[in-house]
Design a protein around this ligand. Structure first.
Ligand SMILES: *[C@@H]1O[C@H](CO)[C@@H](O)[C@H](O)[C@H]1NC(C)=O
Ligand SMILES: *[C@@H]1O[C@H](CO)[C@@H](O)[C@H](O)[C@H]1NC(C)=O
Ligand SMILES: *[C@@H]1O[C@H](CO)[C@@H](O)[C@H](O)[C@H]1NC(C)=O
Ligand SMILES: *[C@@H]1O[C@H](CO)[C@@H](O)[C@H](O)[C@H]1NC(C)=O
Length: 558
């Protein structure tokens, strides 16, 4: 101890009193930190304990944390908030009570003669039912954009639900010239409830193909129903089951035991998904063409945007962990300029080849990522596809450019997934694939997992994504220079079984789970939602081209 201080009075306080003071201080701090660590770690974010902070006015809307999911209570609560969606406050008995695209309107707030580039524009949407009465609760899914057909320009807008039948749309005006506002009703609040109920009723299952031999040695083929083994997911029928548990992910796939063959004779995944029809007549009306996906008749005044001396945001070079703003970018002449980070257009074959030189690019996901694989093969003609005689949808697929030392590899994610008639052994869980890679500066992993999960409980999707996060965190720990890029959901179907609302919910989970993990989130939701082409789960080449430009900009930042 400093001798000068020790000469002062403080040091002459009798020793026992000092000790008592020390103990009081230690105990106070000890108690404080114990409380902080036992579930209140997030205090700085909100000074209230979690269970009193729910945004849900109806507690039954909240899902329990599924066991073994791995999320902390705080994280699960955050996911729940992201999923929160308004709903009717009374029973819906006729379709006329639902939101009508013909009666709902929007108006630009404080319309001006001209706007500066980078300025915000706001519009108010008023939802009305089929009798023309204003709605007084929220939950409609609107999608908004500002666009110009002549400039082939568009930008996605934010829509905020006030939960009282009105909604605010917010846009940023990114180009000089003229523009119009367009808002469409994707699903009414009542339609969303149909989607939600059907999703949560487990109506979908698959077929497994078993192949083996009978005692005489002749080939035997048998089919049996299969499904995911998860709380709330049904595998119809009784009797013995075959279970296929993946030890690493803890995911169990199960099938009804085939008539004669043993469980290990399961070789192929289904040709197509099977469904139980659980819809009512009202469900089908609420999800019919008349109700779903219509542009509103609203404010058609032309917006004049003039140049300003300020630029929108600061465009930094692409780094992992960058957030996705709204807008995330905009189209002009069909070229997307990103506001996430500095992207560029790779118009030249040499440019693209140089970027991919010495890289091994693994794409893992569904058919929308296979589109990227195929696009890259076309965009870099020196990449030669190997014929691996693999399944058309499951893969794996591989292309190599030996001179430039480029490897491109694609494989479908593991079950559940519809459509392929492929060998089940070739369908690998993404987290297992990542666990099996050393990674490093030459490795790029591009993954997506979404469209095949919209018909399952959101808890299962959270589980799947959590497994992938665990694998990614471990990979980035052992090889921090690996680039991990996650493609988000495309907009696409709007029918009873597959819909943008369902995809959007999963997309929210994906973004929450990967929020602080040091990956690149490549947002394609806005890119597919605001383009003039009709929504398509497999978007037009012009959109894919722009997506690939972002991908290459991430792989080769300037
Ligand atoms: C909460 O919602 C459930 C079903 O969604 C309903 O049965 C229940 O009455 C609601 N409770 C309140 C307090 O609104
Ligand atoms: C709905 O809520 C918003 C935000 O609280 C408010 O500005 C608006 O006036 C409300 N509209 C109606 C019709 O109640
Ligand atoms: C949606 O699912 C129902 C069963 O619930 C089925 O009858 C219908 O054909 C499916 N529609 C589409 C467009 O896939
Ligand atoms: C930008 O323009 C505004 C007027 O529109 C002006 O007041 C300001 O000084 C300008 N800033 C720069 C950096 O030129």
């Amino acid at each position: 101890m400093d001798s000068r201080i020790c000469k002062s009075r403080i040091c002459r306080v009798p020793a026992y009193r000092q000790i008592i003071w020390y103990w009081i201080i230690i105990l106070t701090f000890g108690l404080f930190f114990t409380v902080m660590l036992s579930g209140y770690c997030q205090w700085p974010l909100s000074m209230l304990p979690l269970r009193h902070r729910s945004v849900f006015n109806n507690e039954t809307q909240m899902l329990k944390i599924p066991e073994d999911l791995g999320f902390s209570e705080y994280e699960w609560d955050r996911i729940q908030r992201a999923l929160h969606w308004g709903e009717p406050d009374h029973q819906i008995t006729t379709a006329t009570m639902s939101t009508s695209p013909d009666h709902s309107t929007f108006l630009i707030n404080n319309f001006k003669d001209s706007y500066y580039v980078g300025e915000e524009l706001h519009a108010t949407i008023v939802a009305r039912d089929f009798t023309g009465m204003p709605k007084h609760y929220g939950g409609d899914l609107f999608q908004a954009k500002v666009y110009s057909d002549t400039l082939k320009a568009s930008v996605f807008g934010d829509v905020l639900d006030h939960q009282n039948g009105t909604y605010s749309a917010r846009f940023t005006l990114p180009w000089v010239g003229t523009a119009l506002v367009a808002i469409r009703l994707i699903h009414s609040s009542e339609g969303v409830q149909v989607l939600k109920r059907i999703r949560d009723s487990s109506y979908i299952y698959y077929l497994g193909f078993f192949v083996g031999k009978n005692p005489q040695g002749a080939r035997v083929e048998e089919k049996a129903m299969c499904n995911l083994k998860w709380e709330g997911v049904v595998l119809p029928g009784k009797g013995e089951r075959c279970e296929y548990k993946d030890a690493r992910t803890g995911t169990t796939w199960h099938c009804r035991k085939p008539r004669t063959l043993p469980c290990d004779a399961l070789l192929y995944h289904n040709t197509d998904e099977l469904m139980r029809d659980i819809t009512t007549a009202l469900d089908r009306v609420l999800m019919s063409r008349q109700h779903v996906d219509h542009w509103l008749k609203g404010d058609s005044r032309q917006i004049r945007v003039i140049a300003s001396n300020s630029t929108i945001g600061t465009i930094k070079s692409c780094k992992p962990g960058m957030p996705t703003p709204t807008p995330a970018g905009f189209y002009m002449n069909d070229i997307w300029t990103s506001f996430v980070c500095a992207t560029r257009h790779f118009g030249d074959v040499n440019d693209r080849t140089q970027c991919l030189k010495d890289k091994q690019i693994y794409t893992m996901g569904d058919s929308t990522l296979r589109q990227w694989f195929e696009f890259l093969c076309g965009a870099v003609p020196t990449l030669k596809r190997m014929n691996l005689y693999s399944d058309r949808q499951v893969g794996p697929f591989m292309a190599v450019d030996v001179a430039n030392n480029i490897l491109l590899h694609h494989r479908s994610h593991g079950a559940p997934r519809c459509c392929p008639d492929g060998p089940i052994a070739a369908m690998h869980y993404i987290s297992n694939q990542i666990d099996d890679l050393a990674g490093g500066p030459h490795t790029v992993i591009v993954l997506n997992v979404l469209a095949h999960f919209t018909q399952f409980p959101v808890s299962f999707y959270a589980h799947r994504v959590y497994q992938i996060r665990r694998a990614v965190v471990a990979l980035l720990k052992r090889a921090p220079q690996t680039k991990v890029i996650i493609k988000t959901a495309n907009t696409g179907y709007k029918d009873l079984n597959r819909s943008d609302w369902l995809a959007m919910q999963l997309d929210q989970i994906l973004r929450e789970v990967f929020r602080d993990v040091g990956v690149y989130i490549l947002d394609v939701w806005q890119m597919t939602a605001c383009h003039y082409n009709a929504d398509d789960l497999h978007p037009a080449q012009v959109i894919v081209q722009n997506e690939i430009d972002i991908l290459l900009s991430i792989i080769c930042p300037k």
